[in-house]
Design a protein around this ligand. Structure first.
Ligand SMILES: Cc1cc2nc3c(=O)[nH]c(=O)nc-3n(C[C@H](O)[C@H](O)[C@H](O)COP(=O)(O)OP(=O)(O)OC[C@H]3O[C@@H](n4cnc5c(N)ncnc54)[C@H](O)[C@@H]3O)c2cc1C
Length: 371
């Protein structure tokens, strides 16, 4: 996702500034792009892939037992991007480019740093590059909080889903070191994505996710018969201290994407941040400042993410009530700006004011002590 976004921006710049054309290669082990996931986010800016948005909602609910809160936004929608359409748009753009190439069916392996260039060893070919943007998956350090989930896109024979409202978090009882909730994206009254999601340090056996989904669909949603159209799954790291791009191994190898400083660690949302950063990387590249990559988030946002993740790790029993409190007390536009990393100082103050004071002060002390 992030690599293709960057490649498309480079292709656009190459067309605009042909005298500075950057010969670019995207190395991708997949032979074929399939629709393997959906990306949702609160849309604040237009981007290259807006025509891949298939659904949008302006109401979302958060729930724990009988305590339900519905948020409404008249200005900003929660939108869904279909990955199949996204990949098709990117491939079509790169096919039209004579300078940006997509090499599928090939893995990038070792990177050798030379005096002036970086050699990228691939399966049976080598590339010499001035800059490498590395979006490959990385090993997640042991002890990192994980957001792990499995979702089923299902179809029913009866009208069951409220197409106006996304279920962002429907919290379930869980054990001591786990936060568990369901996420429902209703596409039509008979068609939805239902996802079981956990925040914990260990992923689960496959059969547990499947039992949870079956139980929720039959018991909570009251659906007798359904067909699974597609399954998606993921493990997203939620590090208290995300990788600092200023401490990268080489200044011309730039980490980007889910395992870099791109996803917002306290939420796992990566798509809107990747779109924004892809534009920034391309603009820096053409300004001759590709290596000038610094930490993406302001220190205040980094600190709040750190304290919030520490809170999720140490106080999982209070997570549901805290999320509900946050969504109830913070006005929608403020929370959307906060989650999208566009918060103003007054937004941070509103978010801090909405948190349970005693718990968060204790957590902030714990974080300060462990720095
Ligand atoms: C099922 C799922 C749903 C998600 N939903 C959302 C959402 O709703 N909203 C949101 O903001 N985020 C979401 N995310 C998180 C995040 O946006 C996605 O993971 C996103 O795809 C990350 O983009 P990326 O470019 O870092 O990684 P990817 O899109 O996974 O791209 C990494 C690429 O690296 C390639 N690769 C692997 N090994 C090599 C190698 N050796 N050499 C070269 N290439 C290699 C892979 O084939 C892949 O194409 C979701 C994640 C998952 C898994």
């Amino acid at each position: 996702m992030s690599g293709l976004a960057l490649a498309c921006h480079i292709a656009d710049y190459n067309d605009l500034y042909s005298d500075q054309e950057k010969d670019t290669w995207v190395i991708e082990p997949r032979v074929k792009y399939l629709s393997d996931k959906t990306w949702c986010f609160w849309q604040q800016d237009a981007n290259l892939f807006d025509s891949a948005v298939t659904h949008r909602w302006n109401r979302w609910l958060i729930k724990s037992g009988d305590n339900t809160h519905i948020c409404r936004s008249s200005e900003l929608d929660y939108v869904m991007v279909d990955s199949g359409r996204y990949y098709a748009i990117a491939q079509e753009r790169l096919t039209r480019s004579t300078s940006v190439n997509l090499l599928t069916g090939t893995r990038a392996e070792a990177l050798q740093i030379g005096q002036t260039q970086i050699t990228v060893d691939c399966d049976d070919v080598q590339f010499k590059a001035d800059y490498v943007y590395d979006t490959r998956p990385k090993e997640i350090p042991f002890g990192t909080l994980l957001q792990h989930f499995v979702g089923w896109e299902i179809e029913t024979d009866q009208d069951v889903f409220d197409t106006h409202t996304v279920t962002l978090m429907d919290f379930q009882a869980s054990n001591d070191d786990d936060i568990h909730f369901f996420y429902v994206l209703p596409f039509t009254k008979r068609h939805a994505l239902v996802e079981t999601t956990h925040f914990s340090k260990k992923s689960l056996e496959d059969k547990i996710y499947l039992e949870e989904l079956t139980h929720y669909i039959t018991t909570e949603l009251g659906i007798g018969e359904w067909r699974i159209l597609r399954e998606e799954r993921g493990i997203i790291p939620m590090p208290k201290k995300p990788p600092n791009p200023e401490q990268r191994a080489h200044y011309n190898v730039i980490p980007f994407g889910l395992y870099a400083d791109t996803a917002k660690p306290s939420t796992g949302y990566c798509y809107p941040h990747a779109q924004h950063q892809a534009k920034q990387h391309a603009s820096r590249l053409f300004a001759g400042k590709a290596h000038q990559v610094t930490a993406v988030r302001k220190p205040v946002a980094q600190w709040l993410d750190h304290v919030f993740i520490s809170f999720l790790e140490h106080q999982p029993a209070h997570a549901a009530s805290t999320f509900i409190r946050l969504f109830k007390r913070v006005p929608e536009p403020v929370l959307i700006r906060f989650l999208g990393d566009n918060a103003k100082i007054t937004d941070y103050l509103k978010v801090i004011a909405a948190m349970p004071k005693f718990l968060f002060i204790c957590e902030a002390f714990r974080c300060a002590k462990n720095l």
